[in-house]
Design a protein around this ligand. Structure first.
Ligand SMILES: Nc1ncnc2c1ncn2[C@@H]1O[C@H](COP(=O)(O)OP(=O)(O)OP(=O)(O)O)[C@@H](O)[C@H]1O
Ligand SMILES: [Mg+2]
Length: 318
């Protein structure tokens, strides 16, 4: 059955449910539509269900319920027909350590069914695009983590797929390598006409700035927020400062902050509370809180903590 194709939507997911045999509900009625050429970031804390979603979109895992259409093909019923059009960079993939970078990409091109000449041409082209040319004769075992991730992406791209799925491609990379990596992904997205669609997962909050056109936040297997990346950023990254203080001051501090018109989100943890604030409110909040205690720590919130803010925001606006 055709679904989505012809309307510019290259991926259509309807009520997708994945329950593992041990009873874990990893994806709980996920609905999403992705347009051709978009870069979509799927973001969520550890265990949110990102890898489970990617595995179903790439035919590695069968859904428990729901439909997935890619380029109009029902991929649950007809996985073989979609595979030539997609490239995958898995979260936990292995490389063959004694092969060189060039050999690696070339062999995968052949495995994906490209004839020798095209496999050779595409390998050269992809290594050039990912700035791996000067490393092409190195054996994979000798590469840094960042270069290894680029080899993975080269493999995903070598058959010139229309869609690439990248599951946490920047894990373990330093901030500079991560930024370079995202520049390359933009280049890949832009290289073909129509543009290559990119679906990428991450749990690095700092990366949201430059990775995607659109963000889909998942938590506990469900989409909790999605939208244009600027709008989503404004909503969640506003709460970019955290003040941690002893829990016994919660009532009095909350009362005072409310009286002073300081908006915040509060999370309890053991004998502490974490107060999430916007940059603009930090100095006002600190000057109120130190009237009660000097036992305070300022830091950046984690993704889980920001999520708490997001979910509450959504509930409050309902
Ligand atoms: N094969 C499996 N069998 C049973 N439960 C699983 C399996 N794989 C994942 N899970 C569970 O499903 C939930 C979602 O896991 P998933 O790997 O999709 O999360 P994730 O968002 O990719 O997390 P991370 O950021 O750590 O990669 C978790 O509770 C996890 O423990
Ligand atoms: Mg994962």
């Amino acid at each position: 059955m055709e679904r989505g194709h012809g309307t510019g939507e290259i991926i259509v997911v309807e009520d997708l449910v994945k329950e593992y045999p041990n009873g874990v509900l990893a994806n709980d009625h996920i609905n999403m539509r992705i347009a051709e050429g978009e870069i979509v970031g799927v973001v969520g804390p550890n265990g949110a269900g990102k890898t489970t979603l990617i595995k179903q979109l790439t035919c590695e895992l069968l859904p428990t319920e729901g439909n997935i259409y890619i380029m109009g093909i029902d991929i649950v019923k007809d996985p073989a027909n979609i595979k030539p059009f997609i490239g995958v960079c898995p979260q936990d993939g292995g490389l063959i350590h004694h092969l060189t970078v060039w050999e690696h990409v070339y062999y995968f091109a052949r495995l994906k069914g490209l004839p020798k000449e095209r496999a050779r041409e595409n390998t050269d082209k992809i290594l050039r695009m990912l700035n791996l040319e000067s490393h092409e004769k190195k054996v994979v075992r000798e590469l840094s983590g960042g270069l290894k991730r680029r080899v993975f992406v080269s493999i995903a791209l070598v058959n010139e797929p229309k869609i690439i799925f990248l599951d946490e491609p920047t894990t373990g990379l330093d901030p500079i390598s991560r930024m370079e990596f995202w520049k390359i992904i933009r280049k890949v997205n832009d290289h073909h006409s129509p543009k290559t669609t990119v679906v990428v997962t991450t749990h690095y909050l700092e990366e949201l700035d430059y990775i995607s056109d659109r963000l889909i936040f998942i938590n506990d297997g469900r989409i909790v927020l999605e939208g244009d990346s600027m709008a989503v950023r404004r909503l969640i990254l506003d709460y970019d400062t955290k003040i941690t203080l002893p829990k016994k001051y919660k009532e009095v501090v909350m009362r005072t902050l409310m009286k002073e018109g300081v908006g915040c989100k509060v999370k309890e943890e053991h004998n502490k509370i974490h107060v999430l604030l916007t940059k603009d409110d930090v100095s006002a909040a600190v000057s109120e809180i130190i009237k009660f205690t000097s036992d305070i720590v300022l830091s950046s919130p984690t993704l889980d903590e920001v999520f708490m803010g997001v979910v509450e925001n959504e509930e409050n606006t309902d």
